[in-house]
Design a protein around this ligand. Structure first.
Ligand code: NAD
Ligand code: MG
Ligand code: MG
Length: 341
């Protein structure tokens, strides 16, 4: 294995970011998480948002100053682009690029548009990345608990020669220096991020849970039982894996579960699944996935909406809603509160 440098707060100039004016564009998942943490870390942060829109109201509710995207871009030293990947190209062309000046830092939380050349900034612009490896709401919840979500940083264009230092200082301000920051490239971040979310952490896991649920209910077992066995318990198990790897999980589960795990797991995810993953990786590397997704979103996203609707109506979701509504701890302190963040 190549040696890996992990940056922590002690390795980072935490003051550097406080001397910069930061415009965060968007107040969605990452926009909310990052800007809240930047503010609490003492940074000068303004939100660039559609004035009067839903995000504008949410951000003002948390005490943020907001501006139009155009004004925020003119004002800022650093522009962190936290709007959905599929709208970044158009917003960049119309509302960011015309208002930029030499020496600014254009920042992303995912390399998609830069790596696949949907956005091509001028040579005198610094292009850097701070990509949290976790959902935006969790970037916030971990920070308030004194922890942090690990981050990747990368430098694509570096005319000011301090892109890496600025990225590290920003990452530290959102809490990542408490967990660990790793340097990578736009290409590596983009391709591995897409691969991970498609095959394992989002796509793989949701397909695995749905398949398990379907097999149990088809065989006549109660959907409530199936929900607990293949979905609810996932988090409890994953918390152990997250803390101490597969070993900690296996330390805690029964010998029965551990034997079943090691003998049956590879039958579910074996060579056929790995071959499917290899195909998926090829489509990511060639840009085929990026083009397909961009085209779908730019031509009315009908197929995307249809898939969303089908997934929303899956029995595992209906049963889950019912079960979760009776948990005694209620919903007051949920990490996601759609009205507010
Ligand atoms: P999101 O979907 O939550 O962003 C919503 C925000 O974008 C809202 O403020 C909305 O008003 C604004 N917005 C949407 N369309 C707009 C438009 N046309 N013009 C102006 N504003 C518009 O986005 P997100 O999931 O936080 O993702 C932001 C970036 O962070 C992406 O590059 C994504 O890949 C990356 N990222 C996200 C996560 C995550 O947890 N969601 C994790 C790592 C990296
Ligand atoms: Mg990711
Ligand atoms: Mg992603």
């Amino acid at each position: 294995m190549t040696e890996l440098k992990i940056y922590l707060d002690k390795d980072i100039d935490k003051e550097l970011i406080k001397s910069k004016k930061i415009a965060v564009i968007g107040f969605g998942s990452q926009g909310y998480g990052q800007s809240m943490n930047l503010k609490d870390s003492g940074c000068d942060v303004v939100l660039g948002l559609r004035q009067g829109g839903a995000s504008d109201k949410k951000a003002k509710n948390y005490g943020f100053k907001t501006m139009t995207i155009e004004d925020a871009v003119k004002w800022a030293d650093i522009i962190q682009v936290l709007i959905p990947d599929e709208v970044q190209q158009e917003v960049y062309e119309k509302q960011i690029k015309p208002y930029m000046h030499s020496g600014q830092y254009l920042m992303f939380a995912h390399g998609f548009n830069i790596h696949f050349k949907k956005i091509v900034p001028a040579e005198d612009i610094n292009v850097i990345m701070v990509a949290p490896k976790g959902p935006g709401h969790t970037v916030r919840s971990q920070y308030t608990e004194g922890k942090g979500v690990p981050c990747l940083v990368a430098v694509y264009q570096n005319p000011s020669a301090d892109g890496k230092e600025v990225a590290l200082s920003y990452a530290s301000a959102i809490g990542a220096g408490r967990a660990g920051i790793i340097e990578t490239t736009f290409r590596e971040e983009t391709e591995t991020d897409l691969f991970g979310e498609q095959t394992v952490i989002c796509g793989g896991v949701s397909a695995l849970m749905k398949a398990g649920f379907e097999v149990l209910t088809e065989a006549g077992y109660s959907p409530y039982m199936a929900y607990f066995e293949v979905l609810h318990e996932m988090k409890l198990i994953i918390d152990l894996v997250n803390q101490g790897g597969l070993a900690d999980m296996r330390y805690s589960i029964s010998n029965t579960a551990e034997y079943g795990d090691m003998t049956r797991g590879p039958k579910v995810i074996g060579e056929a699944s790995k071959n499917a993953m290899r195909e998926i990786l090829k489509d990511i590397q060639s840009g085929k996935f990026a083009d397909e997704f961009t085209k779908e979103m730019q031509t009315g996203h009908k197929y995307f909406d249809k898939l969303r609707e089908e997934n929303r109506n899956h029995p595992i979701e209906k049963v889950g809603e019912e079960i979760r509504s009776s948990f005694v701890w209620g919903r007051k302190e949920n990490i996601i509160n759609r009205e507010k963040n």
